[in-house]
Unconditional design. Structure first.
Length: 284
């Protein structure tokens, strides 16, 4: 993890602890390099969960670390999700890390589990919200005192003005919900939305430091629904067809290898051309 507040408490006794790479953009490079090298040597492979909205200087430092180590055993997972949802997804990967999944499959699993999250917030203003489409009328009403909005950022953007009839389309399967309160005082998420979505479990955590910036306001209550059961997560991941990276030989889900970034050749060449196909593999 690139931030300590994205490391949620374990969901069960099998959830592995998170390793936080603190102060990536400010700590001396040699110390960071030593820390990451020790992680790779100890665990074999490292999956770094870093939000898509992380500062550019953080991303540059991560790529610098991997380049200096010259390692294909470090994968970056950068989900385009609100901060609380990133934390939830990272915890699910920590749950799965206790199973008999290879590092390539585990690192690829995040792209699959994203589809089973519903992430949103109750906001006191959408005047500075740029992650979800806001029309001119909604933007104007946002300046009226006391106006609030129920927003869903994932999987499909939704934005409605808060009121007695306010509703958001939720998951069609059993989930749990985690909430995080900012400077907004409201029990609508836990008292109305959660029952409407028929969530099976509910708990609260601290608001991630990046949430006010992501949502454009500190007056919010952020929420995310997720699948909590490790057996269900494992079944989802293992039911997907696996492939083998033709470059580094690791098992993955999907076409792009999450560790070496190689993609399959455009087409199979004639017999005996395997070596040349490998040399022409795309490795951005």
């Amino acid at each position: 993890m690139t931030s300590a507040d994205l490391a949620l408490p374990p969901h069960d006794d099998r959830t592995l602890p998170a390793v936080v790479l603190r102060d990536i953009d400010t700590r001396p490079l040699d110390r960071l390099l030593s820390d990451v090298q020790l992680l790779v040597e100890h665990h074999g492979h490292v999956i770094v969960v870093c939000p898509q909205a992380a500062p550019t200087r953080v991303l540059r430092r991560l790529h610098t670390l991997r380049s200096l180590l010259e390692s294909d055993r470090i994968a970056f997972f950068r989900p385009d999700l609100p901060p609380l949802a990133v934390a939830v997804l990272a915890r699910q990967l920590r749950q799965l890390a206790s199973c008999d999944l290879g590092p390539g499959v585990l690192a690829s699993a995040g792209r699959l589990l994203v589809h089973y999250l519903h992430a949103g917030a109750l906001l006191g203003s959408v005047a500075r919200l740029d992650r979800v489409p806001v029309n001119l009328k909604q933007h104007a009403k946002s300046w009226m005192p006391g106006t609030q909005f129920a927003v869903l950022a994932h999987p499909q953007p939704q934005l409605v003005r808060f009121g007695p009839e306010a509703a958001l389309e939720g998951p069609e399967f059993d989930t749990w919900m985690v909430t995080a309160k900012g400077q907004l005082t409201s029990d609508w998420v836990t008292g109305t939305l959660a029952p409407a979505w028929k969530v099976q479990g509910l708990h609260e955590t601290a608001l991630p430091a990046a949430s006010p910036g992501w949502w454009g306001t500190g007056k919010l209550v952020e929420f995310c629904t997720f699948l909590p059961d490790l057996s269900v997560l494992y079944q989802l991941v293992t039911s997907v067809r696996r492939g083998t990276c033709h470059w580094c030989g690791i098992d993955v889900i999907g076409d792009r290898c999450v560790f070496c970034s190689a993609t399959p050749p455009a087409h199979d060449g004639p017999p005996g051309s395997h070596a040349s196909g490998r040399a022409l593999a795309h490795r951005p």
